[in-house]
Design a protein around this ligand. Structure first.
Ligand code: TYC
Length: 118
C-alpha cells in the first residue's frame, strides 16, 4: 500500500479546558470564521438603440446561453428594463462586465452591463 499523507489529529470540539482526548490543555480555541465567497449577478439593462440580435449574441457568447434562453432573457430585459445574465464570483463577474462593455462599444452600441451582489 502506498504511504498516505500524515494528517494532524482532529481536535475534539468543546470549550477551552482539559481535553479528554489526549490529556493536553487547550487555552484558546479558534472557531472557523471564513465566510464563503460572495456571488454577484451580472445584469444587462435595456436601452432603445442596441439591436436585439446583438443582445442575444452577447448572452450566447459571453454567458453561454443557448439561442432560446438568450432570446427569452433579451425579451425579459426589453420588457422589464433589466435582466440577469448569470451569477459568478466577484472576479469573473467583473471580467464579464468589462468584456461585454468593450464588445458593445466596439460595435457602437450603448448597451449597459452591471454587476450586483447576489
Ligand atoms: N430595447 C432594444 C430594442 O428594442 C433591445 C434591447 C434588449 C436592448 C436588451 C438592450 O439589454 C438590452 N432594440
Amino acid at each position: 500500500m502506498p504511504d498516505l499523507p500524515r494528517q494532524p489529529p482532529v481536535p475534539p470540539a468543546g470549550p477551552p479546558g482539559r481535553d479528554e482526548f489526549d490529556g493536553t490543555t487547550t487555552v484558546e480555541r479558534q472557531t472557523q470564521k471564513t465566510e464563503p465567497p460572495r456571488l454577484y449577478q451580472v445584469l444587462l439593462l435595456n436601452d432603445d438603440f442596441t439591436p436585439m440580435e446583438f443582445v442575444v449574441m452577447v448572452l450566447q457568447e459571453y454567458f453561454r446561453h443557448d439561442l432560446d434562453t438568450a432570446t427569452q432573457i433579451m425579451l425579459k430585459i426589453h420588457h422589464d428594463g433589466r435582466g440577469v445574465c448569470g451569477v459568478f464570483s466577484k472576479d469573473v463577474a467583473a471580467t464579464k462586465v468589462e468584456l461585454v462593455l468593450a464588445a458593445a462599444r466596439r460595435a457602437g452600441h450603448p448597451l449597459q452591463c452591471i454587476m450586483e451582489a447576489a
